[in-house]
Design a protein around this ligand. Structure first.
Ligand code: SF4
Length: 223
């Protein structure tokens, strides 16, 4: 384990025996649960802020409600779409923002209708909103998908500003590109969750590549 940076992703301890999962659990060298107790106190002190505390409390309740117990086993019972709607309801939010990719118009419409059907007010903005040409980013014609044509850039900043302007209470991202999502996270004011991320190749399921890194996608591991 790296001594300087925490490296939970490569923790060698079996999950149920880990320091972070069990009171007398085992900790590898560099374990942040053991080393960064002061920082954890700082994290806990952030929960003194009532909204943060309520958010965390309701998220924990929502997590629990995502399962039913069956003969001692946890069985997942809710899709994320439903969890998002339930969580927003738990928090008392009524006005939701939906920032979606233009390539997922149909999905965006379905999601908006689903949420409206649950009595939420939905403010939605697609990624091409603003019709700003890619040239605005300093890109050349050759940088476009279709050189020689007008091509609007994705505009996550305007998506964020529009939802800020509408004073949405909770924002939902649907299929924004890598990097565009980061800009939205940075500039959107309301708390934000992600319904789905963009993966053009794999039906917006990036984990499909992860699950196959030892087989069909092993080529990705060799650079
Ligand atoms: S917190 Fe410690 S025990 Fe838990 S995964 Fe990270 S390194 Fe392993």
């Amino acid at each position: 384990m790296n001594q300087e940076n925490c490296d939970c992703a490569r923790c060698p301890i079996p999950r149920s025996e880990r320091s972070c999962e069990a009171p007398l659990g085992l900790a590898p060298a560099g374990c942040p649960t053991e080393i960064y107790q002061e920082l954890n106190q700082k994290a806990l002190s952030l929960l003194a802020e009532p909204l943060c505390r309520e958010f965390a409390r309701q998220a924990a309740c929502q997590e629990k409600e995502g399962y039913r117990l069956e003969e001692g086993h946890t069985v997942p019972i809710k899709p994320r779409l439903l969890e998002i709607a339930e969580f927003a309801g738990r928090m008392g939010y009524r006005k939701l923002g939906l920032a979606f990719c233009s390539g997922l118009y149909r999905e965006g419409k379905k999601v908006a209708e689903f949420l409206v059907g649950r009595d939420f007010e939905v403010v939605s903005a697609c990624c091409k909103v603003g019709r700003t040409p890619k040239e605005e980013l300093g890109l050349d014609d050759g940088d476009k998908l279709h050189p020689g044509r007008f091509e609007p850039m994705c505009n996550p900043l305007l998506q964020a500003l529009l939802l800020n302007e509408a004073k949405t209470e909770f924002n939902i991202l649907l299929g924004l590109c890598v990097g565009h999502d980061s800009l939205f996270f940075r500039h959107g004011q309301a708390p934000c969750t992600v319904l789905a991320v963009k993966d053009r190749l794999l039906g917006h399921n990036p984990l499909a590549a992860v699950y196959q890194l030892d087989s069909y996608y092993r080529c990705l591991s060799h650079r």
